[in-house]
Design a protein around this ligand. Structure first.
Ligand SMILES: C[S@@+](CC[C@H](N)C(=O)[O-])C[C@H]1O[C@@H](n2cnc3c(N)ncnc32)[C@H](O)[C@@H]1O
Length: 278
């Protein structure tokens, strides 16, 4: 059964974390594509902040691997970045503590209220909140309120990255939101073994997955992408990467893609949220 979220209750004074414990499935290396994109997209902001930036891995799961890896990845961009793993399930917090490396990597219990130390760097406002494979287990009706709540916690120039992937991170789709709301949707795949772009449909974030039906923008996008992928089949002789780049080049004729060849070569493509919004 999907977890629910009661925004009215969440506005109360309860000190209980906001949200619901859900399955804790995770894996090493699972979020590498998302980590890479975050490091690229937030790179300028990470480098330019005068104080150490704060990044949150919200709902890291039964083991702390995704937070540990996010910390490692972001430290290549900004050596003093502080990653805070936040998990609503207390035993998962206890299991993560031996992996802490304060002040660079810490773990604490919490939920969508995103508890942070107001005396810490960034004044308790994170530059990044990443919530991967968390909202997937909630009702679709919860998404808007959770997004609003999390976006309201961001530092100026910050980003909420919320999405879904398969168990070993071969197929990934995420929404990126700024303090003002949703901005983009990114599709990312391991291209070897990809049948067609619409294979990513089963990993659409909660806000989109129930709208992948004829007549809706996300369905039209994936249909056009499959068509472009099919037309680009001859490029497959040079490898799946060349085929993906050719398909994206063609897709850019009819969809307002916001990235270009450099990211397409990574097996990504990013579209404005406004083009796919249900
Ligand atoms: C499927 S795991 C995802 C783990 C990891 N993010 C990944 O992608 O591999 C989802 C985790 O989110 C946690 N969770 C669910 N709602 C939450 C909330 N409101 N705040 C913090 N953690 C939450 C669950 O307890 C669970 O451990």
């Amino acid at each position: 059964m999907a977890a629910s979220f009661d925004p009215a209750a969440a506005r109360g004074r309860s000190s209980r974390p906001v949200g619901t414990v859900t399955r804790g499935t995770t894996n090493t290396n699972r979020l590498r594509r998302m980590d890479r994109w975050i490091a690229h997209t937030l790179g300028p902001a990470l480098r330019s902040l005068p104080l150490p930036p704060v990044a949150v891995d919200l709902g890291y799961g039964a083991a702390p691997w995704t937070a540990v890896e996010l910390s490692g990845r972001l430290r290549t961009v900004r050596a003093d970045v502080r990653v805070v793993g936040i998990e609503i399930e207390p035993e998962r917090v206890a299991a993560a503590l031996p992996y802490a490396d304060p002040p660079l990597l810490t773990f604490r219990r919490g939920g969508f209220e995103v508890p942070l130390d107001s005396a810490g760097p960034g004044g308790a406002r994170p530059l990044l909140i990443r919530a991967a494979n968390v909202l997937r287990q909630y009702e679709e009706s919860a998404v808007a309120a959770v997004w609003e709540r999390l976006c309201g916690r961001l530092a100026p120039g910050g980003l909420l990255v919320e999405g879904t992937c398969d168990e070993i991170g071969r197929r990934h789709v995420w929404v990126a939101l700024g303090p003002e709301g949703p901005r983009t949707v990114t599709f990312a795949a391991r291209l070897g073994g990809l049948g067609q772009p619409s294979d990513l449909a089963e990993r659409l974030p909660k806000a989109l997955i129930h709208h992948n039906v004829p007549g809706r923008p996300v369905h039209a996008f994936l249909t056009d992408f499959d068509r472009a992928w099919s037309a680009a089949a001859p490029y497959g002789a040079f490898g799946a990467r060349q085929r993906w780049v050719a398909a994206c080049t063609s897709l850019a004729g009819s969809w307002p893609l916001v990235d270009a060849r450099g990211r397409w070569r990574q097996g990504e493509v990013t579209v404005p949220w406004s083009a796919l919004a249900p």
